[in-house]
Design a protein around this ligand. Structure first.
Ligand code: F6R
Length: 242
């Protein structure tokens, strides 16, 4: 695992966006695995700027997102479908047919999970998987104790993850407690992985991921077994590294 520590979160975000732009400059039709959450918002803003500056094309890639909340339709303002259109896809003008997220409102979620896996395989697999990390070490919504070999499926979110997600929902609005998420095995199939962590709240998870034992107690720790991982973090998120 290559670990890049930047003094500021802005520097870490820019470095992550540049890695994506470098791939798209070399291979505009690359298959990207994408993530949502607060960490990724400035990354997508920086990537949009890089495309506008002409560093790479931003309308030819195919993408597969990690996850979607169960029960939310693509039009729900807090759905990850909506997030991706708002923060990235609309600004880049990427055709909708090239972007994929699991359908959290599918009537048969197990069938939807299988269909999603098949679509990733049909696209030739993921070239670069972008990941954030939960304070409890989750990747995608593979919470602690998830099988390290898991494939796309429904997961119940831990209470701490539901609480962390609450900030994106209006006061009094129900926060989903289930997500349809790529499994850890699905993530590990990506050819390259780029994990971005910023802020002191991620320090313990980052240390567990990079230096702890490989264990389902910290799902991200499985990345130690992947041949091509870059961890980009700011100094605050790197604080617990030895
Ligand atoms: C989002 C995802 C999650 C987030 C993680 C960190 O698609 O899969 O694993 O990356 O929960 O979220 P933030 O960036 O909001 O701290």
């Amino acid at each position: 695992m290559k670990i890049l520590i930047h003094p500021t979160s802005e520097g870490a975000v820019k470095a992550a966006a540049l890695q994506i732009a470098d791939l798209l400059a070399a291979r505009p039709e690359a298959v990207l695995g994408l993530a949502t959450g607060g960490t990724m918002e400035p990354v997508y803003a920086a990537l949009i700027d890089l495309v506008a500056e002409g560093q790479c094309r931003g309308d030819r890639f195919t993408s597969f997102n990690l996850d979607e909340y169960v029960g939310l339709s693509a039009d729900h303002p807090q759905s990850y479908h909506h997030y991706m259109r708002r923060h990235l896809f609309d600004a880049l003008g990427v055709p909708a047919a090239q972007t994929h997220l699991p359908a959290g409102d599918a009537p048969d979620l197990a069938a939807e999970a299988q269909r999603y896996e098949a679509r990733i395989a049909a696209a030739g697999g993921i070239d670069l998987q972008l990941l954030g990390i939960g304070a409890n070490g989750h990747i995608g919504f593979n919470e602690p104790s998830s099988s390290l070999a898991s494939r796309t499926r429904v997961k119940t979110l831990t209470r701490s993850t539901v609480e962390a997600n609450r900030r994106f929902f209006a006061e009094g609005e129900a926060v989903p407690v289930h997500a349809l998420t790529m499994g850890i095995g699905t993530v590990m199939d990506a050819r390259h992985i780029l994990l971005l962590a910023t802020g002191a709240g991620k320090a313990r998870a980052v240390a567990g991921m990079a230096e702890g034992p490989v264990s389902a107690a910290c799902p991200a720790s499985i990345l130690q077994m992947h041949p091509s991982v870059v961890l980009v973090c700011d100094r605050a998120a790197a604080a617990d590294l030895r």
